[in-house]
Ligand binder design. Structure first.
Ligand code: TYD
Length: 205
C-alpha cells in the first residue's frame, strides 16, 4: 500500500456500500494513511442534475441519462480540486462508491450496452480502479434493506429491477472488466466480517 490506490465499491442499492466505505476510511486512518471518500452521482452540478432525474423532478431519454452519468464521471475524474486524479496526485487513497460498472449495470436495462460502454471508454482508458469490490447481495435482501430505509424511493428500486441489475453487474464484470482487478464479497455477512474481507483485498493490491 505504498502508492495511492483507487478503490471502487460497487453493489446493489442496500448492499451496505456506505457503511463499508466508512469502515475502510477508518481503517486507512487508523494506519495513518490519508483517504478521500467519494461517490457517484457526485455532488458536482452534473451529479445534482442526475439526482433530479432520479427523483423524477425532470424526465430525460434513457440515452441522455446514460450520457449524464458518463459526463458526471468525467467531472469526477478530472475536476481540478475534488477530482479523483487530483486527489491521487495529492497522495490520497481514493475510495469511490460506484464507477462505470454501475452505468453498465443500471443503464443497460434501457440502453444498448455497447453505447453505454462507448460513453465510458474515456474513464476506462484513463483510470480503471486498482481494485473493484462488488458487494454481492440477493436482490430480495437488498429490497428488504431499502424498504427499511427512510427517504424517497428512487428510480431503480423494485425487486425485478434489482434482479436485472445484479445480473447486469455480473455480466459487465465479465465482458467489460476481464482485464481488471475485480472481487466479489458476500454482503449478507456480518458488517465486521465484510469489512475484514475488504481490508484483506486492499492489502493484496
Ligand atoms: P447511490 O446514491 O449510490 O444509491 P444508493 O445509495 O441507493 O445505492 O446511486 C443512486 C442511483 O443511481 C442508484 O440507484 C444507482 C444509480 N446509478 C446509475 O444508474 N448509473 C450510474 O452510473 C451510477 C453511478 C448510479
Amino acid at each position: 500500500m505504498h502508492r495511492p490506490l483507487f478503490i471502487v465499491i460497487e453493489g446493489l442499492d442496500g448492499s451496505g456500500k456506505s457503511t463499508q466505505i466508512d469502515l475502510l476510511r477508518d481503517y486507512f486512518q487508523s494506519h495513518g494513511t490519508a483517504c478521500h471518500v467519494t461517490a457517484e452521482p457526485t455532488d458536482l452540478p452534473t451529479g445534482k442534475l442526475i439526482r433530479s432525474v432520479l427523483r423524477k423532478e425532470i424526465s430525460v431519454d434513457p440515452r441522455t441519462l446514460a450520457a449524464m452519468f458518463a459526463a458526471d464521471r468525467i467531472e469526477h475524474l478530472f475536476h481540478p480540486e475534488v477530482g479523483i486524479l487530483a486527489k491521487l496526485a495529492a497522495g490520497y487513497h481514493v475510495v469511490a462508491s460506484r464507477y462505470y460498472f454501475s452505468s453498465l449495470a443500471y443503464q443497460s436495462e434501457f440502453v444498448d450496452p455497447g453505447f453505454v460502454a462507448s460513453l465510458n471508454s474515456l474513464a476506462k482508458v484513463t483510470l480503471p480502479a486498482d481494485l473493484t469490490i462488488f458487494l454481492d447481495l440477493e436482490p430480495e435482501v437488498s429490497m428488504q434493506r431499502i424498504r427499511n430505509r427512510p427517504g424517497e424511493d428512487e428510480l431503480f428500486e423494485t425487486l425485478e429491477k434489482l434482479q436485472h441489475v445484479r445480473e447486469s453487474f455480473l455480466n459487465a464484470f465479465t465482458v467489460y472488466g476481464g482485464d481488471e482487478n475485480i472481487h466479489h464479497i458476500n454482503a449478507a455477512g456480518e458488517i465486521n466480517q465484510v469489512a475484514e474481507a475488504i481490508q484483506d483485498l486492499v492489502n493484496k493490491v
